[in-house]
Design a protein around this ligand. Structure first.
Ligand code: FAD
Length: 542
């Protein structure tokens, strides 16, 4: 068997190593256009910020290791120009000596990744306008800082844009983040993403929303990003972080089936429309978990898993790829935002009915020093409680909980299963009722009819609005039109409430509102709890 692999980073390198572990005899050749294989793209922002001090640390596996330990013929600076699927050959350009040659294959794996999108606007090719995909790009940005750049305009507030923002601040640059839509971190829903805005501005990042960049000009030595409202953002460098597009050129020209989003269509074995060609990583289209919606979700973990699965199938193992949940996390200035599964936005767009709850538990026991609150949004089916997605914003412990939700979604679990989750607890790590349990209790209470809720984005106008927080809390801000009875006085003051009107009750985070709604319900009132309390009211209006 002669196996050729195009692309030597996450998907390609994983496929190559797995292939060798499965077959000692086969000939395996890995072609990489760049000078490095298997480098840590994800670590590049942290090298720029000097969190990672030595560039060599980003080189996870050396070509020598793949050659000696895995007997893989690694060819660097070797760009595959074309694939002839009929003849089962590829054309390779060796950039080191300028030569071109043909190589034949029995099986081929394409892992060419995704290229950063460069906005088609005037000035996007000016010197000082960068994208970040590989170590060369990283060095260019790093050199610009060494040469004295004092400010940066980052176009795009997704996770790479935000990681760059934090790391450029660490290098003392003035940082502007320019976002075309009304929120950062598009995989999250807006009210959740908005919770990180304040942390960014407190740390000196200037945010611009609803501001698609119109053009970039150079005035004297400064780059100017022009925004629609006539506002100009001036900076010494511009970094475009507006997303990526599948690097599909050779696949397209070879006549492989390509989906609407420009990614290669593969089956559950990672096989393309050609029986001898597989594709893995950012260049291929996936189906979401849950619901199997076609999508392009460029992340390192799927690319690595898919590389392994492609190699398995080539060497006779029947491995299947289940789909991509889009489990991801970003950490900036001590705050983390994480997501897994489908967002409210995606479900709404696909006309999928759902319910959601918000809870604000502590990361560990409140009595143990240093407890920090996180906000969890849990999205699930109304009919059977199946979990569809989760989003968390907080500080410590966000990573642990999002991974629990991720596994629950993959296992097809329901909110009732979350009630029963038994998770590690000692005071410094969690709570006897873990945040995951709390989300499960709240969602299950709702589905069992123990409580009714309404959402902060559509509080019924004709409800009687009852605030059950303390007077001190209310003084710091309340929902207009509220009537205040602190929870501990509620039983004595029930006479103040109307029996002929629905009562929308709220507290700060949702828990006291729930307790109040149970008291009210058992006393014959018609009531609903405003999910997530005043905290989510504010988040929805940011
Ligand atoms: P890539 O890793 O992009 O590798 C493709 C390789 O193919 C490239 O080296 C390219 O040079 C080569 N190639 C392309 N065409 C040819 C050709 N014709 N001939 C030869 N070689 C070719 N993901 C996460 O999950 N978490 C993170 O925190 C995270 N952070 C990131 C930060 C940054 C700055 C970037 C850029 C990406 C980040 N990602 C992160 C995304 C993650 O790196 C990618 O999803 C993953 O690397 C995809 O692997 P891949 O093998 O599909 O493609």
């Amino acid at each position: 068997m002669k196996l050729l692999i195009i692309g030597g980073v996450a998907g390609g390198a994983s496929a190559a190593a797995r292939a060798r572990r499965l077959s000692e005899e086969s000939e395996i050749i890995l072609f990489e256009r760049g000078k490095n294989i298997s480098f840590a793209n994800c670590g590049m922002p942290y090298y720029i910020g000097r969190e990672i001090k030595e560039e060599e640390k980003l080189l996870i596996t050396s070509p020598e290791l793949l050659r000696t330990r895995f007997k893989i013929d690694v060819r660097l600076q070797s760009e595959v120009l074309s694939v002839d699927k009929k003849a089962k050959t590829i054309v390779v350009k060796n950039w080191a000596d300028g030569s071109e040659y043909i190589e034949s294959y029995d099986k081929l794996i394409i892992s060419t990744g995704a290229a950063p999108i460069v906005l088609p606007i005037e000035g996007s090719g000016l010197p000082g306008v960068f994208t970040l995909r590989n170590l060369d790009d990283m060095t260019k940005i790093d050199t610009a800082i060494d040469l004295g750049a004092k400010s940066a305009a980052i176009i795009g507030g997704g996770y790479i844009g935000l990681e760059m923002a934090e790391n450029l601040r660490k290098r003392q640059l003035d940082v502007h983040v320019i976002e075309a839509i009304d929120q950062l971190m598009p995989p999250l829903d807006k009210e959740m993403a908005s919770m990180i805005n304040e942390t960014l501005t407190e740390n000196g990042i200037k945010l611009y929303f609803n501001s698609p960049a119109q053009k970039i000009t150079k005035q004297n030595s400064v780059l100017v990003v022009h925004l629609p409202d006539g506002k100009d953002v001036c900076a010494d460098m511009v970094i475009m972080c507006v997303g990526v597009k599948p690097d599909n050129k050779i696949a397209k020209e070879a006549g492989l089936n390509i989906g609407d989003r420009g990614a290669i269509i593969v089956d559950e074995h990672m096989k393309t429309s050609d029986a001898d060609i597989y594709a893995v990583g950012d260049v291929c289209e996936v189906k979401t978990i849950p619901l199997s919606i076609p999508a392009v979700i460029p992340l390192a973990s799927p690319a690595n898993r898919q590389g392994r699965i492609a190699a398995d199938n080539i060497f006779g193992k029947n491995s299947t790829y289940r789909g991509t949940q889009g489990t991801s996390i970003v950490g900036v200035f001590g705050i983390s935002a994480a997501v897994t599964g489908l967002s409210e936005k995606v479900l709404t767009k696909n006309n999928v009915p759902f319910e959601k709850i918000y809870v604000h538990p502590n990361n560990h026991a409140g009595y143990y020093p240093g407890a920090q609150m996180m906000t969890i949004k849990l999205i699930f089916r109304k009919d059977n409680g199946e979990i569809l997605g989760a989003q968390i914003v907080g500080q410590s412990g966000v990573d642990k909980r999002i991974d629990v939700f991720s596994m629950a979604i993959q296992a097809g679990m329901t909110v009732f299963d979350l009630e029963e989750s038994e998770l590690a607890y000692a005071p410094q790590f969690g709570s006897a009722k873990d945040p995951v349990n709390m989300a499960g209790f709240t969602a299950s209470n709702l589905l069992r009819g123990d409580t009714a809720i309404c959402h902060n984005n559509r509080i019924p106008q004709d409800d009687f609005l009852l605030d059950v927080r303390t007077e001190k809390e209310v003084q710091k801000g309340a929902i207009p039109g509220y009537y205040n009875i602190p929870i501990d006085e509620l039983r004595e003051r029930l006479g103040e409430l109307p029996k002929n009107k629905k009562i929308a009750v709220y507290c700060q985070a949702g828990l006291r509102g729930y307790i109040a709604s149970r008291i009210l319900k058992q006393n014959g009132f018609d009531c609903e709890n405003i999910s997530g309390g005043y905290k989510m009211y504010k988040a929805f209006r940011k």
